[in-house]
Design a protein around this ligand. Structure first.
Ligand SMILES: [Zn+2]
Length: 134
């Protein structure tokens, strides 16, 4: 990884595995300008998991699509952006339980999202359900 400020090489000065999020946190120091940057190594879900929409309709999983659908459902809330980010993490934790198959159904994503939104905000759940009927 190169420094975001000057483009020189960086060295890892600290590293921690976050088992719950299945990610590695790293602090890096630039060998030229000494700047510190933080990086996260996570699984590339888009390249690893497919969503089954129909028998022959498989599409790469998109965290962004999940986030946008939740954000749209939460737009009436003043904290919609932060809420949608946290809810996306929660729902992904529900969807990606082990053992995990390489394909997940669209219905499973919708069910996990609906149940999470019902506990969080009734209006958001109603909005989401209206746009994601199974
Ligand atoms: Zn630098």
């Amino acid at each position: 990884m190169v420094c975001i400020y000057c483009g020189s090489s960086t060295q890892v000065t600290n590293s921690r595995l976050h088992k719950r999020q299945n990610e590695v946190w790293r602090r890096r120091r630039c060998v030229h300008c000494g700047s510190l940057v933080t990086t996260y190594e996570t699984v590339a879900l888009e390249a690893s998991i497919v969503v089954q929409y129909a028998a022959t309709d498989l599409r790469p999983f998109s965290r962004d699509m999940l986030f946008i659908s939740i954000y749209e459902s939460c737009k009436h809330r003043p904290t919609a952006l932060a809420d949608a980010a946290a809810l996306t993490q929660t729902i992904m934790g529900k969807i990606f339980t082990r053992p995990l198959a390489p394909a997940i159904t669209r219905e499973a994503i919708i069910a996990a999202t609906q149940s999470t939104l019902e506990l969080f905000d009734a209006a958001a759940a109603t909005y989401y359900t209206a746009y994601h009927r199974q």
